[in-house]
Unconditional design. Structure first.
Length: 442
């Protein structure tokens, strides 16, 4: 991830999850298209001998009536589309949780639909104004009308697509899969596969001595409260190398920081520049909410929230919870084959320049299973699916950390079920699943 992408990632994320960016681009494009088409008709076709009666033989008053009808229809359809979108957002918020609104707002289909209707409306209004000019600015509208009709036909198709798209987008399985796909994309960017791991020299000597050899400390404090959205690690390494210092980050993306809290510590052999405090703080981007750019736990928590709401007494939908467990199981099994980032970053000379807090497999796995396990202790079907997921995970385990997590979760599930008054057959089924986890781990 390049420096510029990391620096502007929160801004890009806000644009992607907004209803204004894509429609604004489309509206601006429609303005350019209206100006270009009017200019073409006024400058070239007015003095041209080319005669196309079907296009340039239409009465101007009829064209005005047509454009007015299209504009009125488009603004009506736009209001209906906005109303349907708000209803869908309300249903999504109540059923899946308010944090899932971000995924609906990020949907490019809805953004394009809203932009298409508004663009068509604005194009017709601009052309309507242009053909109302009096001499010597009058012209024969032709291409401008053809484009308006084409845009209207496209808008009709877009309306049909929008109705289908909204009905599909609020289905539980579709919502869960969208969150899962976003989580998979984040994991691919943040955690490389074993085959892509680059061999590196052993820098443990630098790790052990660098901090002890540096006496001067500068504590970098947060300028405001908020969540850590991104940390520009490459820029911090460059900054540390340039000033011959060592930077220790005290937080990781997703953590909440209060104002004036120490977010980083700078170690140096000599006096550090006065600007270093601000330069270091600027590399840690804080915001009012978490984002999935460098925080895979964000999407994990979204899937967990859907599962917890499905398990709540008010909804009681174990099938949705089971679907979330299946997706989380697929994510964790995939993570067993990936490399987790190192907390230590070195310059080209092999000197330790940056130390960061990083996510471990256990952190992500606990975030995925803990709350669901606690909430599902009285739901036998969900508990069995949790044990099946743990069995799949033990079969994919690559090291002791993976196995320890599986054994720990299995033990807690077993203890929870033994305290409950379950039917004999249900208890036998659960004990059978537990025994298979222990036996297949050998």
């Amino acid at each position: 991830m390049s420096l510029n992408v990391v620096k502007y990632a929160p801004i890009i994320e806000k644009a992607r999850t907004s209803f204004w960016f894509v429609p604004s681009v489309m509206v601006f494009s429609s303005i350019i298209l209206a100006v270009a088409s009017v200019y073409f008709d006024a400058s070239y076709m007015n003095n041209s001998e080319l005669d196309i009666p079907l296009i340039y033989g239409i009465d101007v008053d009829a064209i005005r009536s047509l454009l007015g009808t299209i504009a009125g229809a488009m603004i009506t359809v736009t209001s209906i589309a906005f109303s349907i979108t708000i209803v869908a957002l309300t249903l999504a918020s109540s059923q899946f949780g308010p944090r899932l609104l971000r995924n609906f707002m990020m949907d490019p289909g809805t953004q394009v639909v809203l932009g298409a209707f508004i663009s068509n409306f604005l194009y017709c209004i601009l052309v309507f104004c242009a053909i109302s000019f009096e001499a010597p600015y009058t012209f024969k509208p032709g291409l401008t009308v053809v484009i308006a009709v084409i845009m209207t036909c496209i808008s009709v198709g877009v309306l049909i697509y929008f109705i289908h798209h909204v009905a599909k987008s609020i289905q539980a399985d579709v919502v869960i899969d969208d969150v899962y796909q976003e989580l998979q994309n984040a994991i691919q960017n943040l955690f490389p596969t074993h085959s892509k791991q680059q061999t590196s020299t052993d820098n443990s000597a630098f790790t052990a001595t660098d901090i002890s050899q540096r006496n001067t400390q500068l504590k970098v404090v947060a300028k405001c409260s908020g969540y850590v959205q991104t940390i520009d690690q490459k820029a911090l390494v460059i900054l540390a190398t340039k000033n011959n210092i060592l930077i220790e980050c005290c937080f990781r993306p997703g953590d909440f920081i209060v104002k004036d809290a120490v977010i980083a510590v700078v170690y140096s052999n000599t006096a550090v520049p006065d600007t270093l405090n601000n330069d270091t703080a600027d590399m840690l981007i804080l915001g009012a909410c978490r984002t999935p750019v460098q925080d895979p736990e964000f999407a994990i928590h979204q899937l967990v929230e859907i599962a917890l709401r499905a398990l709540s007494p008010g909804i009681s939908d174990p099938y949705t919870a089971i679907t979330c467990i299946d997706k989380l199981n697929a994510v964790l099994c995939g993570l067993t084959k990936r490399n987790f980032p190192s907390p230590e970053h070195f310059d080209q000379a092999g000197m330790l320049r940056l130390s960061c807090k990083v996510l471990t497999f256990r952190d992500i796995a606990n975030a995925a299973f803990e709350q669901i396990r606690q909430q599902a202790n009285r739901d036998v079907a969900v508990t069995i699916r949790l044990l099946d997921s743990l069995h799949n995970l033990i079969m994919e385990a690559q090291n002791d950390e993976h196995k320890h997590f599986v054994f720990n979760q299995t033990k807690m599930i077993e203890e929870q079920q033994n305290k409950l008054s379950l039917a004999e057959d249900d208890l036998k089924t659960i004990n059978k699943r537990v025994a298979s986890i222990y036996s297949d781990s050998q």
